[in-house]
Design a protein around this ligand. Structure first.
Ligand code: TYD
Ligand code: MG
Length: 459
């Protein structure tokens, strides 16, 4: 017989104890414990995937997993070529970012390939979804919408219907009646995901689960959720801008470095196959000092974006350094190099650096762009508007090489830029319609890209 067990669970990390604690010993958060009760069943909860024997690696036949296209090229790329039949995918993102929208659009095109889909909505009524579907022009005789939160009922509908694909919108809103804690609690999420994993693997149904994100950007629920699923995809973007990024964080069936870019319009999400144009189209014709274009990498794809810097005399006791979109410590390091190596005195200057479009750049290839934005703004000169800048800066002021240089150069040429400043690597044999300028040191790069180079000589 099953017995009821009570435990205290940290709602942040899933740590369990027998009694309540003020501070979680695992994640260090305060006041995160809530009491949850659970029926303890004896025996294995989920059956083993298959009763196979150990065999030699050379003798294993590759099961070329069948992939189903989502009908959205950008989404397919992020998934590594489409949805793998029988896999469990977690799509996480802020509320209102467009998770339900992208999955409804995906469902529409997957149905068009003759697949039956059960879309379980635990947050919205069927008529609310119908309204959205009309807006998105979703029309299919194979797409079933089911508004339900009870997981046991959902499970029996799955058994009856035998869909090819299942969407759960969202994992925090469904609950299993085996567990008495409220929907969205760690035990509920863990239990429901366990059942979904079983459904995906044993019934060969592709399961896509929507997950909410907490204030600090993590998927709400235990970390084990991310370990259990096959693929974790984040849907992110600036709520006040219309573009959205689809980013893969974990993928058992492909790489994790692909990014998909979308635009949220009145009639749903549209793919953007050339994102650089999107990020540069607001660039004014009259370039002001402190604005540069860099070629960064989003996944395996080059992306041209604008970085702006503002440098001005401070009115604070200690000057301010503000960075949006690049690492704060990285900015401090670049400023230190600028002071030491080219004699730019910033000790009484506030420095603000902003990556346009709300993007986050976490690669050092943006260093040179940031340095030139700050240096040109401080000296009130402009970087030629037809120039793209790429390079990492070392502490001695040398410019270091970066990966995927060819792709970045090609992207700059494709978008009509006339010059690109790159580290000295001997990569000038590319036959592109762009002037490639190799620079070994920071000072060379400055001379190569500004209009009035004298203005930047050491003071
Ligand atoms: P939704 O998919 O409901 O977000 P989520 O499921 O991630 O919470 O999308 C909600 C937002 O998207 C909403 O604020 C309105 C906007 N939207 C559009 O701009 N165009 C559209 O065609 C649709 C369906 C939604
Ligand atoms: Mg939703």
């Amino acid at each position: 017989m099953a017995k009821i067990k009570s435990k205290w669970v940290c709602q942040n990390c899933g740590y369990e104890t027998a009694k309540s604690l003020g501070r979680c010993p695992e994640c260090g958060r305060w006041g995160t414990f809530t009491e949850e009760t659970q029926e303890v069943r004896t025996g294995l909860k989920t059956p083993a995937l298959s009763d196979s024997m150990p065999c030699l690696i050379d003798e294993i036949e590759i099961d070329r997993s069948i992939r189903v296209s989502t009908g959205i090229e950008e989404f397919d790329r992020v998934l590594g070529g489409g949805l793998v039949q029988g896999s469990l995918i977690l799509l996480a993102g802020d509320p209102g970012i467009g998770k339900s929208t992208i999955l409804l659009q995906t469902s529409n095109s997957v149905c068009a390939n003759g697949k039956k889909i059960l879309y379980v909505s635990a947050e919205e009524s069927a008529s609310q979804i119908k309204l959205r579907a009309q807006r998105l022009k979703v029309k299919s005789d194979k797409l079933y919408i089911y508004s339900q939160t009870n997981f046991d009922t959902i499970k029996s509908r799955i058994d009856e219907m035998k869909p090819d694909m299942l969407v759960i919108d969202s994992i925090q809103a469904v609950y299993s009646s085996d567990i008495s804690s409220s929907p969205g609690s760690v035990s509920q999420i863990r239990e429901c995901t366990n059942i979904l994993m079983d459904i995906a693997k044993n019934k060969n149904i592709t399961v896509v689960v929507i997950g909410h994100v907490t204030k600090d950007g993590n998927i709400a629920g235990p970390k084990v959720l991310e370990h259990m699923v096959d693929t974790v995809i984040y849907f992110e973007g600036d709520r006040y801008k219309s573009y959205r990024l689809l980013r893969c964080m974990k993928n058992r069936f492909g790489t994790t470095n692909e990014v998909g870019v979308f635009n949220m319009c009145d009639d749903g999400l549209h793919e953007i196959s050339n994102p650089s144009e999107l990020f540069l189209n607001e660039r004014t014709k009259n370039i002001t000092p402190g604005s540069v274009v860099i070629a960064t990498n989003e996944g395996t794809r080059p992306l041209l974006i604008e970085i702006q810097a503002l440098v001005g005399t401070t009115s604070y006791p200690s000057p301010r350094r503000v960075s949006n979109g690049i690492d704060y410590n990285r900015l401090l390091q670049i400023l230190a190099v600028l002071e030491k190596r080219i004699g730019l005195n910033l000790s009484k200057q506030d420095v603000y650096v902003n990556v346009i479009g709300g993007l986050e750049i976490d690669e050092p290839a943006a260093d040179l762009g940031v340095a030139l934005a700050v240096a040109t703004c401080a000296r009130d000169v402009i970087v030629s508007p037809d120039t793209v800048i790429v390079g990492e800066i070392g502490l001695s002021g040398e410019i270091r090489t970066v990966n995927n240089l060819d792709k970045r150069i090609k992207e700059a040429a494709k978008l009509g830029f006339k010059k690109i400043i790159i580290p000295k690597t001997g990569k000038t044999d590319l036959n592109e319609d762009i002037k490639i300028i190799e620079c070994a040191r920071l000072m060379d790069a400055i001379s190569a890209c500004v209009y009035k180079e004298d203005a930047l000589l050491p003071n």
